[in-house]
Structure formats: C-alpha cells, structure tokens
Design a protein around this ligand. Structure first.
Ligand SMILES: Nc1ncnc2c1ncn2[C@@H]1O[C@H](COP(=O)(O)OP(=O)(O)OP(=O)(O)O)[C@@H](O)[C@H]1O
Ligand SMILES: [Mg+2]
Length: 348
C-alpha cells in the first residue's frame, strides 16, 4: 500500500524555478504543516510528495496514497476512514481506512480537486480536529497524520465556481508548492533527457549514446503539454526503437519534430478527460510549410480543437462560458463537442 522509497536526488533539475521548489521543500520538511502541491499533469507532483515524506522525520512510517479522482465517490469515504462491520451491504468485516494506516506518517491525497462536496466536509473536519469516525462507527478516532494534497486543477477557480469549498481550500493551502510546467524551465530538458536516457539504457538493455544537436533543438522547441512524463515517455520510446547510436530528429515523433506541442491527440490515459485539458495555444504560431506539404483540413481542425479545449479549460468546463469565450452560441459549441467526441467520461 505504501509508495516506494525514492531518493531526493531523483528529482532532476537545475533551473532557477526548480531550485526554488527544492529550497521550499527543504524548509517545510519537518514542520508537519499541510502541503498543497499544484502543477499541470506530469510536472512531478507525486515525486515531490514522496521526496517530502521520505526526507522528513516521518520517513520510517508509511506514506499512504489516495487518488481521490480515481476511487468512486461512494467507496472513497470508506477508503479514507474505514468502516465498521455491517455498516453497509458488503461490509462483512471491520476495515481500517487510509487515515488510520497512515498514522504517524503521511497521507497523500492526490487529485484533491476531484473530491465530492460531501467528502470535502468530512476531510475538513479531520484537518481541523485530527479526528474522524469509521463509516457506521460512533467512536471518534484520533490520528497523527501529515496531509499532502495535490491537484492539476486551478483550485481558486473551483472555489469561485462553488465546486470546491473555500474553507477546505484555506485549510489545505497552508504551504502551497507550485511546480512550474516544463516549458517554463527548458534549461532542465538536457539534464532530464540524460537522466531518462541512462535509466532506459540500463533497464531496457539498450545502448543509445545520445541525442544530436538538431534533435536537442527540436526537444527544446517543443511545448511539452504533458510535461516531464511526456518527455520520459518519448525518451523511452526512442531508446527502445533505436537501440544504439545517436538519436536524430527523424527518430522523434512527428509532433515533436515539428515543434508543435499543442496538437490535440485523442487519448484515454487521463482518468477524467478524453482530450488532455492542459493543451496550450499559441494564437499566432510561426508557420512553416514543409516540402512534403500539409493537410490543411486536418490542421484547421486541430487548431479549432485546441481553441475549444483552451476555452473549456479556462471556463472549468462551463460550456456557456466557454462558448462566450469563443464567440459562438452555446448550442453550436455543444454540437461541435458531440461531433468531435470531446467530453468528460461521465458525459458520454
Ligand atoms: N524533476 C524530475 N526528475 C525526474 N523525473 C521526473 C521529474 N518530474 C517528473 N518526473 C517523472 O515524470 C513522471 C511524472 O511525474 P509525477 O507522476 O510525479 O507527475 P504528476 O505531477 O503527479 O502528474 P499527474 O498530475 O498526471 O498525476 C514520473 O515518472 C516521474 O518520475
Ligand atoms: Mg500524480
């Protein structure tokens, strides 16, 4: 159940922005305050949570993760607080929850922005009183747990739109740590590439020597909407496929080669969305038509998708507001979303 032990050196980076994160982590290691880690998907929030726990005085006690976005709402309460035998159909014996498992250690509440309002109230009580009851239980239980929460969502906006409780937000936001997106710390890219290259050569038994200057240039140009996770995946893929020698631009995926990090690709590895919501938009990107030509219709559609995704992200999926931002009717936006198959899993 406990997350594996990393070392603090596992967080690679030398940019000013990541150094600020390191120095903040060092200052808050042992003061037990609640920590809120913010950052786009793939920026390293989980890595930072592990670094904090395993370098704190709680390191010999467990670090218990809970993905609040992945566990169905009706199960999450019992996951967090446990339940008494017979408290609901299927509760055939008493089960202790993750707060109890984390006693003396740290609980990592990942994707806290996805927690339901009912559970937000219960969590607020634990944070205020360090006390809770198991589902179906009467006896208040006390625990000594450090809380680290993380989300890729904009919690301030969620508070404004009444989707996240303001009082809980302030309780969690005692020490915020914002991890900057990779495109804002591009000087870390070469270090990260070398780190992932040697790791991958070792684990996959390959012998890729490095990346050509031109390839590094493409990697620096790209916008990295999926941040460090995307970089890690691309290095792994290239190392496996290439096996030996020096990586050239032609070995990179096309979107990276073209320096276009904002292309919308359909994928399902996000637990909530069909299309990633961290897609960025350059309203007037530099244009360059290759000798092989382009597919204008596809590019226009990609561009439209990117603008729609950006509007949805900005409006926290409020379609009326997103339509307003795009200058189109709400019904037109809904039609487009249907046609393109864009939506949250819960809506389709
Ligand atoms: N600075 C870094 N140095 C080395 N590896 C990193 C760094 N940042 C992230 N990674 C790696 O990138 C991947 C994604 O990191 P992590 O899971 O911590 O991101 P996250 O912010 O929690 O993402 P998500 O919001 O999607 O859950 C992991 O494999 C992690 O080891
Ligand atoms: Mg994570």
């Amino acid at each position: 159940m406990s997350l594996g032990k990393p070392n603090f050196d596992g967080i690679v980076g030398e940019s000013e922005k990541i150094k600020e994160v390191f120095s903040l982590i060092e200052k808050i290691l042992d003061n037990n305050s609640t920590i809120l880690i913010l950052g786009e998907s793939g920026t390293g929030k989980e890595l930072v949570a592990k670094a904090i726990h395993y370098n704190s005085s709680r390191s010999d006690k467990p670090l218990i993760p809970v993905n609040c976005g992945a566990i169905p709402e009706d199960l999450l309460e019992s996951e967090l607080f446990g339940h008494e035998k017979g408290s609901f159909t299927g509760a055939i014996k008493t089960r202790i929850g993750r707060f109890e498992l984390a006693n003396g250690g740290t609980i990592f509440l990942d994707e806290i922005g996805d927690m339901s309002p009912t559970l937000q109230v219960k969590l607020l009580r634990v944070l205020q009183e360090q006390e809770f009851e198991r589902v179906g239980g009467m006896k208040p239980l006390k625990v000594d747990v450090r809380v680290i929460a993380a989300t890729h969502r904009d919690l301030e906006k969620a508070v404004e739109s009444n989707r996240f409780r303001e009082d809980l937000y302030y309780r969690l936001n005692v020490i915020p740590i914002s991890i900057p997106p990779l495109r804002e710390r591009k000087s870390d890219i070469p270090l990260l590439i070398n780190h992932f290259l040697s790791k991958c050569n070792r684990i996959k038994n390959r012998n890729v020597e490095g990346f050509s200057d031109k390839t590094m240039e493409c990697l620096r140009e790209y916008r990295w909407p999926g941040n460090v996770r995307e970089l890690e995946n691309i290095v792994e893929r290239v190392v496996i496929l290439k096996g030996t020698g020096i990586v050239q631009p032609a070995d990179l995926p096309e979107k990276v080669r073209k320096g276009n990090g904002a292309a919308v690709t359909l994928h399902t590895d996000d637990e909530k969305l069909i299309i990633p919501d961290d897609t960025a938009v350059d309203v007037a990107p530099p244009v360059d038509i290759p000798d092989s030509g382009i597919d204008l219709n596809k590019l226009m559609e990609d561009f439209e998708n990117r603008l729609i995704m950006e509007a949805l992200k900005k409006s926290e999926w409020n379609k009326a507001r997103a339509a307003e931002l795009l200058g189109i009717k709400r019904t037109t936006l809904i039609e487009k979303l249907k046609k393109k198959g864009i939506g949250r899993l819960s809506e389709i």
